[in-house]
Design a protein around this ligand. Structure first.
Ligand SMILES: [Mg+2]
Length: 218
């Protein structure tokens, strides 16, 4: 396949476009700890907590010190910086006529904020948030199998923009990007502090810095 056939770049957010992890930032922003957040996630993965139990634990952790307004939630997420290279690479890809779309295992508010910052054409998120009449968080839904959700959302994206999977390049660092790497055969793995080495086995290219994408997609 030639470079001309590349029509879209799909970005993971946590670890990839941003050096920070949005789940940990939320936990800390609401007065809990990164460790508690990781503990709930791991107990959910291992089956120690069912999905509804894990969701309830996350909600309890976030709201322990009082109601969580949409405004406060958005403020914490807005403050998470993107990597220095993210805007530059997004701008470069757009100048080449590519579509760009973040697909994240994080929540919908964060996905939208990041999509706006990088000028993305679309965005998808795993976690959905539900607010009460006063604008406070009342519920939270989330799928633990992030890889399958990302794949489903990727297919929706392809359908919406009339693209074939192999015309899209996923860029990511985590196990949840695995299915996108498999289906496109064109994954770019970025080596980060969170990196799952399993991605490198499937990757089309491996980079240490996002700006290397400009050398790959010319
Ligand atoms: Mg990631």
């Amino acid at each position: 396949m030639s470079q001309q056939d590349i029509k879209a770049v799909i970005f993971d957010i946590d670890g990839t476009l941003s050096q920070k992890n949005s789940w940990w930032e939320l936990a800390e922003g609401f007065g809990a700890t990164k460790e508690e957040s990781i503990g709930i996630y791991e107990d959910n993965l291992s089956g120690k907590l069912t999905q509804p139990e894990a969701g309830a634990r996350v909600l309890e952790m976030w709201t322990r010190k009082g109601p969580v307004s949409k405004e406060k939630f958005t403020k914490i997420l807005s403050a998470i910086p993107l990597r220095d290279e993210s805007l530059e690479v997004a701008g470069y890809l757009k100048s080449k006529g590519m579509l760009i779309c973040p697909i994240t295992g994080s929540n919908e508010i964060y996905a939208e904020l990041v999509a706006k910052k990088i000028g993305a054409d679309d965005f998808y998120a795993n976690a959905k948030l539900f607010w009460d009449d006063k604008g406070n968080l009342k519920d939270f839904s989330y799928e633990i199998n992030q890889s399958d959700i990302k794949l489903k959302q990727f297919h929706e994206f392809c359908q919406k923009f009339n693209l074939k999977p192999e015309e899209c390049i996923p860029v990511g660092d985590s196990y949840n990007d695995y299915e996108l790497f498999r289906i496109t055969g064109r994954g770019i793995a970025i080596r980060t502090q969170y990196e799952d080495k399993v991605l490198e086995e499937l990757a089309w290219k491996v980079v240490n810095n996002l700006s290397e994408i400009k050398e790959i997609i010319k």
